[in-house]
Design a protein around this ligand. Structure first.
Ligand SMILES: Cc1cc2nc3c(=O)[nH]c(=O)nc-3n(C[C@H](O)[C@H](O)[C@H](O)COP(=O)(O)O)c2cc1C
Length: 356
């Protein structure tokens, strides 16, 4: 099937259907931050600035990979890029696989650098493509947007449920290792809504990956997106199978703790179901260096850069207030606060022998 059609279907489904996990959540509701009634910090003292992979961000917030490759993608990317440049944040473009098959769609990615000449921008490709396309082709994708990093996304769940897919997973870690070695820019590895577990995080750090984005369970569920596509394409088996996986994966809060416990020098990005600045404060307190969001940005990005700005500023303001209420003025100090972990997350931490 034409990739452009598929990408537009993803956007349309994400805009019109309930695509988040059904019964499961991020488990951030099991994380409490110690509320300080005597904060001794004023809102104007709050400094959200951080360093991430050599870049200064005004706040620990990125827009996750969403799209590219169509007129719709052009508009979405332009509005996000303009805003992250203005707010000094960062973004990851959507999968650039389409460029390898349809080079004329380059305009929908190039616009990102035109609108964001100095912001942190990451290129993006699926792990499935690593065997099919060599380093030279990947360098082309990176150079097309003068990317500051390459994000490789892991989406085995989606690949297995997609109506048109023929997934092959063996040997991909080794392909990734070769790419990490050859590229001059840092490689980020992200999931796409099912989270990353300790055992895989350790293997990723070992091959030289510089950042891991957990993209855990609790936000956009690709099994749910593929469920709606399977209905559309009359694939009755995939409809039923994908339904069983709506809540599959590692909840975002658990995944942050998993990755943190298995890695030493890697940057940890929290994503998957972050829906407020409070979620972000909790994620940072659990160990994240950066927070990322996709679904909350989609609708605003189809409207205007101003709408994207409003959404991002809402997250920033929530994070700022959460910091005042925990009595810290810097992100590094927020990381030092011990969160109170209860319920199922506490049980998970215990069972898996994680530090929290
Ligand atoms: C419409 C849409 C398209 C996406 N396309 C990509 C993609 O091309 N590459 C990728 O790595 N992730 C993609 N994602 C996944 C997001 O980057 C993110 O990991 C996931 O949606 C979880 O974050 P959220 O709960 O904030 O949406 C997409 C998400 C959405 C909503």
């Amino acid at each position: 099937m034409n990739i452009e059609v598929r990408k537009n279907e993803h956007i349309e489904i994400c805009l019109t259907k309930p695509v988040e996990a059904e019964r499961e959540t991020t488990w951030l509701e099991y994380v409490y931050l110690p509320h300080r009634s005597l904060p001794e910090v004023d809102p104007r003292d709050i400094d959200l600035e951080i360093d991430f992979l050599g870049f200064k961000f005004s706040a620990p917030i990125m827009v996750s990979a969403i799209t590219g490759g169509s007129n719709l993608g052009f508009k979405i990317n332009a509005n996000i890029a303009e805003t992250v440049e203005k707010l000094r944040l960062g973004m990851c473009v959507g999968s650039q696989r389409i460029l390898l098959e349809k080079p004329e769609s380059i305009y929908s990615f190039k616009i990102v650098r035109d609108k964001a000449p100095t912001a942190f921008i990451s290129a993006n490709i699926g792990f499935q493509e690593l065997r099919r396309y060599g380093v030279d082709r990947l360098v082309e994708l990176i150079e097309s947007i003068r990317a500051d990093a390459l994000t490789i996304h892991l989406n085995p769940l989606q690949e297995l449920l997609q109506v048109e897919s023929e997934p092959m997973f063996r040997g991909l870690l080794s392909a990734m290792k070769d790419i990490v070695k050859e590229l001059k820019i840092p490689v980020i590895v992200k999931e796409t809504g099912a989270g990353i577990i300790r055992e895989d995080a350790a293997r990723l750090e070992e091959i030289g990956v510089k950042a891991i984005d957990v993209a855990g369970l609790g936000g956009t569920s690709w099994s749910r997106v593929e469920y709606y596509r399977a209905i559309r394409w009359h694939d009755d088996i995939k409809v039923e199978v994908s339904k069983a996986f709506w809540d599959w994966g590692i909840p975002t809060a658990a995944s942050i703790l998993e990755v943190k416990s298995a890695t030493r020098n890697i940057k940890l990005v929290a994503s998957g179901g972050l829906r407020s600045g409070v979620d972000m404060a909790k994620a940072i307190c659990l160990g994240a260096d950066m927070c990322a969001i996709a679904l909350p940005i989609l609708k605003p990005a189809l409207k205007s850069a101003q709408e994207v700005e409003k959404t991002l500023k809402t997250f920033i303001e929530g994070l700022r207030i959460a910091m005042v209420l925990t009595g810290v003025s810097k992100i590094d100090d927020l990381k030092k606060i011990k969160p109170i972990i209860v319920g199922r997350l506490a049980e998970w931490v215990n069972k898996r022998g994680l530090n929290s």
